[in-house]
Structures are given as C-alpha cells and as structure tokens.
Design a protein around this ligand. Sequence first.
Ligand code: NAG
Ligand code: NAG
Ligand code: NAG
Ligand code: NAG
Ligand code: NAG
Ligand code: NAG
Length: 372
Amino acid sequence: MANAPDLIKLHTAVAIGAVCLDGSPPAYQLDWGKEDGAKNWLLHLQGGYWCTTTQECQTRMNDSSGLGSSTKMKRSYFSGILTNNETLNPYFYNWNRVFVRYCDGSCFTGDKQEFSADGPYYRGSRVFSAIIDELMKLGMKNAQNVLLSGSSAGGLGTMVHCDRFRNRFPTSTKFKCLSDASYFITLNNPSGFVELHGSSKNLPETCTSKMDAALCLYPKNFVPDIQTPLFILNSAYDTFQIAATVRLPVNTSRSCLYNLTGCPDTVRKQWKNLRLKILQEVTMGDLSKRGLFINSCHTHSQSEFQSKWLGDPKSMLDNMTISEAVGKWFNDEKLVQLIDRKHSSTKQCVLDASEPNACNNYTWGASYLCNT
Ligand SMILES: *[C@@H]1O[C@H](CO)[C@@H](O)[C@H](O)[C@H]1NC(C)=O
Ligand SMILES: *[C@@H]1O[C@H](CO)[C@@H](O)[C@H](O)[C@H]1NC(C)=O
Ligand SMILES: *[C@@H]1O[C@H](CO)[C@@H](O)[C@H](O)[C@H]1NC(C)=O
Ligand SMILES: *[C@@H]1O[C@H](CO)[C@@H](O)[C@H](O)[C@H]1NC(C)=O
Ligand SMILES: *[C@@H]1O[C@H](CO)[C@@H](O)[C@H](O)[C@H]1NC(C)=O
Ligand SMILES: *[C@@H]1O[C@H](CO)[C@@H](O)[C@H](O)[C@H]1NC(C)=O
C-alpha cells in the first residue's frame, strides 16, 4: 500500500522568518533511504499554482489544501516518483525521498522583508533554503546523488533554484534537476507576481541581468542558461496550460478546455498552436545534457501519479515509461530525448480518480474526474 510519511514542521525556521503565507512553519515529509539508496536524495517540490495579489494570497492562507499554511496541511501519499515500492519506482524507491510542501504561493521564489503580523508573509525562497539547510544537517551534505524535482509550480521552483542548489555540493556529487509540467508558455500577471513576492533577487541572474525580472519567470528566458543537467517532462497538451491559454469563443462549451469532441475549429487550432510552442521552447538552448519526454497525454503533472509515472501504456513513448526515461537519463545510461511528433491530436491517458492525491483542486488534469 501507498505510504504517507509524517508531516514534519520546521519550527526553528520561524525565527529566521522562513514561513508560510500565514506565518506558520514550513513543512516537509521524508521517507528515509536504505541499502544502496541511503546516500541518494530526491527532493520533490510540491505544486499548486500561485497567488499574485494580496487578496489571492490571503484567500490561500485559509485554503483547506494547506497551500498557504502548514496548520491546514495533511499528509500526502507518496506515489509515482516518491513511492517506496521497487516495482512501481525502480530507480528511486530506496533513495531518501523528500516531499517539500508548498505554502508560500510564489513557487519558492519570494523574499520580502516587510509583513503585517496577520500575514501574508512573502518568504518562499527562505522556505526553500531553510528546508535545504535542515536536510543538509540530516545527512544530505554527504549525498552521492541528488535529484531536485517538482511538478507545476514546484517544477518552476526547481528550475529557478537548480544551479544555485547544485553549487552547494562538491562536483563529485551527481546532481540533476527534473521539471514536470512547468514549462509555462503564458503566465498570469508575472509583474504582479515578482513585485508582490519580492522574487527578483532570487530569479536566475543570467536572465535578470538581461531583462525585466517579470520575464524571468518564463522558462524560455532562463532555462537555456541552466548549467546543471535538466530533464523536462511535459505534455504538449498540458491541461493547465490549455485552460490558461485557450480563449473560447462566445457560447462555446467550457468542456472544450478538456475534451475537443464537437468543439469549433478555432479552438482546435489553439490547442495545436500551444503544442507547437511547447515543442519549440523545450528544445531551446544546449541540448547535450537535457532530458526530454514530451508526450501527448491530456494531463498535468506526471511524476507524482503512479499511472502516469509507470503504469498506463498511453503515457509511454517508444515503449519507454516516464520512470525509465528519467532513471536512465539520471544514471547516464541514455540521453533520453523523446518527443511525440506523431500525435498531433491529444490522447486521453488513464488517470484513476481513486489514486492518492488525484482529486484535489490543484491537480488540474485530474480534477474533472472527481465530481468537484
Ligand atoms: C480566514 O479565516 C479567518 C478565520 O476563520 C477569517 O477571520 C478571515 O476573514 C479569513 N480570511 C479570508 C481572506 O478568507
Ligand atoms: C508493489 O507494487 C506491486 C504492483 O502494484 C504490488 O503487487 C506489490 O504488492 C507492491 N509491494 C509492496 C511491498 O507493497
Ligand atoms: C449565444 O447564445 C444565446 C442564447 O442561445 C444567444 O441569444 C446569442 O445570440 C448567442 N451569441 C452568439 C454570439 O452566438
Ligand atoms: C468527450 O466528449 C464526448 C462527447 O460528449 C464523449 O463521448 C467522450 O466520452 C468524451 N471523452 C472523455 C475522455 O471524456
Ligand atoms: C513496443 O513493444 C511491443 C511489445 O513488446 C513491440 O511489439 C513493439 O514493436 C515495440 N515498439 C517499439 C517502437 O519499440
Ligand atoms: C474544491 O473546490 C470546491 C469549490 O471551491 C470546494 O467545494 C471543494 O471542497 C474543493 N475540493 C477539495 C478536495 O479541496
């Protein structure tokens, strides 16, 4: 059965102002590694969209999902890349696996000194650093292998922090990053985001030295300069991005954001254009160490869900599961660069609504299954 490790709240972080939006301590879940995985660390940053106005962040502080407060967090099940079951996660099952919980609303980038006592506090980057410091003390500083990964907002945080975090380890440590469902083509209110959270100084300097910091939230503007090997896992028909980019003509059913049956050609065209943009942007820059797995599942976030990570044949490309693709790339067995160029239309890949974590309002590809 799936396990759900204890939620560990980092109370000592409060004194250094590394807190969730509501001022509560940041939190993580840890399943210890064993055997030949004992010196390997997987850190997976949780996703869950973001907030770009004070009002949105205040609402998030109260959200029952715990995305703004550790007082409301519940333990998450470890599945997909996080599971300890060897059959279901052959490359990482016995590593130290950490689920870094998201409660700052800024993809772990914010750092604003000012606050009001009732919140919101904008401290995402401090949260990231405080949890890393703690894990270093718990043994991560002696890691042989490290994979920093994340889905959606967590994947954006992963890409932002990838090089700087890598530099805290000696070159003898094998260190790579995995970004899942976070190659965002369009973002809502990026200027509001960086200003509200004070994110600018934490975004990659390679980008902020060249352009407005708000533009440096877009992966295409900083990913080509990332030095650390990076694997980009994304669907070309990512449901979150479709919902964010497709403009439905008047009187068109909202179901055209989820299911193209019976939808007008103008909508189909927008889906296809999004796909072409994603394919173009994920291949920008130096590809000599880049892993790529760009399939056509109509979904969002594929590493944390067992059926997508390893299980549903429709998620596979060239007979390779996502699990195997990421594992072989990490181990330097194969430079996996798989892009589904055949399916110019979407595929419905299986996601069982009964899977742990499937039914919450922030796993966009899944929530339509769940009668919410
Ligand atoms: C959050 O919850 C508290 C306590 O229930 C309530 O007083 C406050 O108005 C809520 N804030 C928002 C923005 O919903
Ligand atoms: C691991 O997963 C497989 C496939 O679902 C299952 O048959 C097996 O019982 C699981 N092992 C453990 C120890 O839970
Ligand atoms: C949308 O549907 C309503 C009700 O059926 C109709 O009155 C209206 O003219 C339609 N608008 C357009 C632009 O087709
Ligand atoms: C898409 O919509 C069509 C028509 O309503 C329906 O028959 C089909 O089952 C839907 N597909 C999915 C995967 O929901
Ligand atoms: C995938 O595997 C199936 C069954 O093992 C095999 O028949 C097929 O040729 C394989 N396809 C590719 C592209 O390797
Ligand atoms: C999802 O959002 C709806 C409407 O805001 C709410 O009623 C429902 O409880 C939420 N579901 C979960 C699992 O948080």
